[in-house]
Write a protein that binds this ligand. Sequence first.
Ligand SMILES: [Zn+2]
Length: 384
Amino acid sequence: MADEDGIRFVKRLLADYYRKQVGIGPERLDQREFGVGDFERKIAFRHLAFRSSDELRRYLAAEAPPYVSYSCSYYKDPAGRPMERKGWLGTELVFDLDATDMELGCQKLHGRSWVCANCLEEVKAETVKLVENFLVPDFGFSGRDMMINFSGNRGYHVHVNDKSVLALDSAARKEITDYISGRGVEMGEFFPTLGMRGKMLRGPRHADRGWGGKMARQFLADMNNGIGALMALGIDKPTARMIYRKRALIELGINNGNWDMVYIKDKAEFWKRILENQRVKQSDRIDKNVTTDISHLIRLPNSIHGSTGLVAKAVGSVADLARFDPMRDAIAFKGEEMRIKADTGFPLLMNGRSFGPYGGEIKVPVYVALYLYLKGHARLLGLA
Ligand SMILES: [Zn+2]
């Protein structure tokens, strides 16, 4: 197939897919701005609005755009332009977790555009951490007011639509994203007697809320993991040995806020390592930070992601996320086989099978063909 034929083939699949998506669209759909992309730009047109799910579905079936996004904000007039004319009503609190922001070891091997099973596991764990270590215990949000969606490529989006967040401005959202990223959290806040001679070193208890408790729990976990884990916190070997030997006593002390038996020489390193383990890794770049940008458009749940052919699937709760395998559960197009000419450096795991690496002509399921084609690793030759 020539490339125009490839694109036409993909558009036909998209049109068929959207025709069947009865009920597609977010809650308060008529107050959302929509944006759609083409094969060059993920958002080529925005300021679109629809009155009902059926109107949206018919539009998507007719246009078959490779990317569909919608606003995290609600507006009186979502089609109004410029932005000030829309009549802002509120914005969900949204977190965008992407494997490429995590500086994973596997990415050094396979590059940033390829997504391996490890990338997907790591970004899933980061999502669970955001919800279970921050959003629920520190902010008090409940699972009922949260929505977790697969991004369709290599990450997850977490939406909080608790009433208390809707009116927050960008500055307040920035504080939240700084907090979960551990920015501006200082060790001295939690150790008031640090560096004072003759004073007992008081510090956080494992049951404390917020960063104090996270710090204490991380230290206790590392201590129980042994001397190597303690040394990785910047503690020298003889001290690490001593701490490990007396761990039962030290744990008792820390549970009562007494850190006197923990001698930490390199405090900066200690603090850096604790933060690194506990913080949530979102993009540090302000222009890429979805949480603070109230005019951001985000992938529409259950739309198709034009860089993978996978569904940006609504996952549900954290418990559902544990069972969710995007490379199996987000496959949109099953059934047919296709001939492709592929060039891949690594095996692709999809639907419980391993495909490739390939260098040449091969027959594969249509979802594999589409994934490799849209990622730029294959040419479509035709249905088998
Ligand atoms: Zn990887």
